[in-house]
Every structure is written in C-alpha cells, then in structure tokens.
Design a protein around this ligand. Sequence first.
Ligand code: ADP
Ligand code: MG
Length: 519
Amino acid sequence: MGGQPMFILSEDSERTHGQDAQSSNISAGKAVAESVRTTLGPRGMDKMLVSDSGDVVITNDGATILEQMDIEHPAAQMIVEVASTQEEEVGDGTTTASVLAGQLLGKAEDLLEDDVHPTTIVEGYHEASRMALEAIEAAGLTGDLDDDLLQQVAESSMTGKGTGDIDAGALAETVVGAIRQVETDDGVQRDNVTVRTQTGAGASATELVSGVISEEEPVHGNMPRSVTDADVAVLDCDLDLREANIDAEYNVTDVDQLNAALDAEEGELREYAEALKSAGVDAAFVTGDIEDRVASFLAKDGILAFESVDDDEAKRIARATGARTAGSVKDLEADDLGFAETVRVEKYADDELTFVEGGANAETVTVFARGGTEHVADELERALNDALDVVTASLDEGGVVPGAGATEIAIADHIRSEAASVDGRKQLAVEAFADAVDVIPRTLAENTGMDPIDALVDLRKRHDEEGVAGLISEEQSGRVGDPIEAGVIDPAAVKREAVESATEAATMIARIDDVISAN
Ligand code: ADP
Ligand code: MG
C-alpha cells in the first residue's frame, strides 16, 4: 500500500499475487466508490463528466457517473457493476450501493491486516447481510401506500438533483399520477410510462400526457398539423419504389416509352397513398422511407405521415393506439389500424414534437418535462425516471422505509446487537459490516456540512429513544429528526438491493488473491 499512487484508469497489468493482489483490488474498488460519495443525498454535489469527444454530462446520479468514467481496473469495474445492477433492479440507490461496497472493502482490508482470513470475512459479511435484511423488513412502514406517501417517496428521490427551478412537489404529483394510470392487477406496467424532455421552459412546466410524444416530424410541409378521431397505421416498411424496379434498366427508344415507364413508376407510388386512403388512415407512422412523391400524394389526401420512425417509438405508438404493425401497405387491413383522439404536431423552438393522445389503449402515458437547458433537461429526465422507478418499487416490491439514513442506523444497530451471538473471528467481520453501513448517515451529515461524528452519536441516541432517527436535510443545514414526519421515505427494495449487491461485490473482491491479466 504505502504512498503508491493508484492508477485505476491505466491499462498496464500482468500478474499480482496474494496480499498485493488483494490490496490493489481493494484500493481500486474503494477509490471508485469514494469518487461518488460527495454526491449522496439532497445536499450532494454534482459531477461534470467530459468524454473523449468533448461531450459534457452534469449529473448527481451514481450510475451515470460510474458509467461515464472510463474505468479499467477489473476490481473497480465490479463497483461500477454494483451501480448498474442497482439501476436495473430498482432504478435508484446507486450511490448508496457503491458507497457501501467501498466501505465494506475498506473494512475488509483492516480485517485482512489483522490476519482475519478472507473466508471468515466473507462468511461474516454474508451473515451480517442477512441481519441487515431483517432490519430493513422491521423498519418498513405499515399502513396504506396512499398517494401522499408515494409522492413523498418520489420527492425524496428527486431532491438534490440539479434540475434548476424544480418544484419537486409538483413533479412528484405528476409521477404518482402517471404510475396510477399504468397500475394493473399484475402490478405496475412501468414500461407504459415514458419520460420526454424538451428544453425551453422551466422544469415547472411539466405535464402528464395520456399517450405518446414522438420526436418525429411530418414528412411533408403541406400535411395537416393535427388530426382528430384518427385511425392510425404503424408500418414497418418503405413507401418507396420496390428494390427490383430501382435496379431495372429501361430500354427506351422513344419518348412515349419513357413516359410509359415513368407513369408506371408514378402509378406504383400513387398506389401507396391510395391504399392508405382507402383503408381510412388519418395518420401513418412508417419505420422506413417515404418517397417524396408518395409524401405529396399523402399530403393531398390530408394524411399525416412520418418516416424513419424509431423502432421503439413505433412500438410505443402501436401499443398506445392499439394498432398492429403491418409489414407492408398491401398487408394493411382495417383492423390493423389503431385509434387516437388526436395526433398533433407542436413546435418548440427548433424542434417539432408529435403528440399521439387519447389512444385506444389509454394506459400509455408520457411525463412531458421541460428544462431550461439541455443539461437541466437531461438531469431532469434521469430524476423523473428514478422517481417513477421508486414509486413502482414501493408498490410492487415490498413497501417503504424511513430515509435520511434512518434505516441504515437501524441496520447497524440490529447487526451490533446480534453480533454477540456470532462465534469466533467471524464476529469481527459482522461488526465491521455494521461500521460500514454507518457510512450512509455519516456521508449525509458530511454533505450537509455537519460534523459526522457528532451526528452519528446524536442519531444513535435518538434511535435508542424513539426507534427511528434520520438526518433531515433542510434549506441551510441538517438536523436529527423523524424522517417519517419530515416525509423522507425510500422504497425498501432500494435498501435491500443495495445491501445485497454491495455485499456480493465486496466479498467477491476480498476473496481474490491472484490477478492474471492478458494485455
Ligand atoms: P442514491 O444514488 O443512493 O439514490 P441520492 O443522492 O439520491 O443517492 O441520495 C439518496 C439518499 O438521500 C437516501 O438515503 C435518502 O433517504 C436521502 N434523502 C433524500 N431526501 C432527504 C432529505 N430531505 N434529508 C435527508 N436525506 C434525504
Ligand atoms: Mg437517489
């Protein structure tokens, strides 16, 4: 260890054994986790990430930061995986999970130095992680997950994101409204909610659209800007001359023949428009190209058409309107068509967006959010997606727990009281796990500008007396208080997943005593 610099971003590596391998792995993992620690909580700072090509991302989101950093060290890479697993599984808590993994590694390093065997550490950590899950279960709030509570969960996940003049309360209301619309007996259909952001207005101009917002613009300027009671076609093909015809050679010897050939071509193109018209199509979303002449025929027929529609977008539109995607115009039948109350094109500065609203399948909704600048809009989009995920996780995956470090204080307390019953040196590992969990309230305190030691002492005291104690962050500072009263609530699933994935990564890294790498 000593004062050696850690190159977590470099690419030279061969073979390292035993303690060298362990300590270099552990340091790399710790270093990565440390890099996101200052972003934790509502008062966390943001990171500005600049890519090779000069693209700039400003974010507070742990998974995004770790994803954008070019991390090559294999052990450090595992911390990145902790964050991405967390993101995939529950959609929030990525900073918490990676910071916890880093702390578990740090404590493992101390134990290794005290000659505790890696296997003992691994066993102790697994035992402690089971205790942590018990504590999370016990910390769960009882009672109904009503809209008010879910809004608090949404808001807790959004506060502190760099989203400009954000009115987290209004956004949280929109988020919960969106989730309620896609709730079914089989749980929340999270895929039926999308977030679409557009620059140009403050984040407060966020609304819930019952349908899909597409980035597509009409293919022809003379098409209607809006159609109502629209029969909608979704086509996965080109409205262009057939491939064979493009390559065909015409052996024309006189003008009449040339005209005949051109007429034939034009006739074929016209057929596309005719087919759509006779099927009763008012709006067509086509994944392929639409030939210019077809576009102008369609425009004349008053049909609103879009080309090069992204596959995912086409699927969303099909789902929202109840349309069946047709592979060619010929195959299009009346009952393939979907329905939307309106399809309208709106202009926003330089962009045009198409709103497909009031579809036959009304369960598809879009949270349409406005951000002042591109960076604000991007961070707002991440914050809204996190909020949608936490509300989903609360409803579908086992409820909610107090936030602001309170659940972590409860976890550490429970593990410490159970540790006495663990035999041998494993007990040391169990206790070390509890110390590692303290990093969350400690970091929340630090990021709020409070003294972390004093804060921990106060938190434990209050936890003993009241059973719940969090570090509530307010305008200028923080205070120890009741997070439930203050409305700081997190999904239980976020805590569970963080404990599990951090334990898994830390134990895996601690177990490695040989690194053999090919260049
Ligand atoms: P993560 O990537 O882990 O979600 P965040 O930066 O989103 O990291 O911070 C989440 C933590 O912030 C959670 O522990 C949550 O309880 C806490 N938190 C949210 N709002 C508040 C608040 N007003 N006061 C204190 N802690 C809060
Ligand atoms: Mg979060």
